[in-house]
Ligand binder design. Sequence first.
Ligand code: PRP
Length: 210
Amino acid sequence: MNKMLNIALPKGRLGEKVYAMFEKAGFECPSIRENNRKLIFENAEKGIRYFWVKPSDVAIYVERGAADIGVAGKDILLEYEPDIYELLDLNIGKCRMAVAAKNDFYDDPQRTLRVATKFANIAAQHYRAKGRDIDIIHLNGSIELAPILDLSDVIVDIVETGTTLKENDLSVVETVVPISARLIANKASYKFKSEPIDKLVGEIAAQLEA
Ligand code: PRP
């Protein structure tokens, strides 16, 4: 059996923060700091292998066992509902999922609401809970364009600083859910590689408390 601990990191600024936390926890892999286009880095001595994954793909790698553990945004976990264990809230990558619309938006409850989003499942659950009929328009990015071009009435999207909304004359109508990065584990790995995983969780939890 492969006893190497395989860790999927979200490529980008968040992933670098995550790696710094893991390094401090004793899970270092110095070659990762060599800035090149390589995607996989190994510390054979420590039995750790890191790989850089598109942030929205981390949960798939972990669910299918290509990675034992990884770090994914709560937005992705809520949207795709992967069959994994959520071990820790890392308290970084903080933002919120929100409904937003044009500044002069008036919500007519008689009309089906047109909702543009990358997060169809989150949006559907949010409006189902309110008993509101919606028409979902699934987009892949630049969601803020939709209400401006009257493709939709509102958007359900991630708001971090609020700058994107502001610069496009949109504003938040309501917050759907707060988002942050979560440490996740493959269910079988959590059983068979519990020793290193528990050690990492303990060290990271201590960092978060300090
Ligand atoms: C996300 C999100 C918003 C923006 C919010 O987009 O979809 O557009 O960040 O950040 P702000 O509140 O700090 O302005 P991302 O950059 O991930 O690109 P996307 O257009 O592909 O969604």
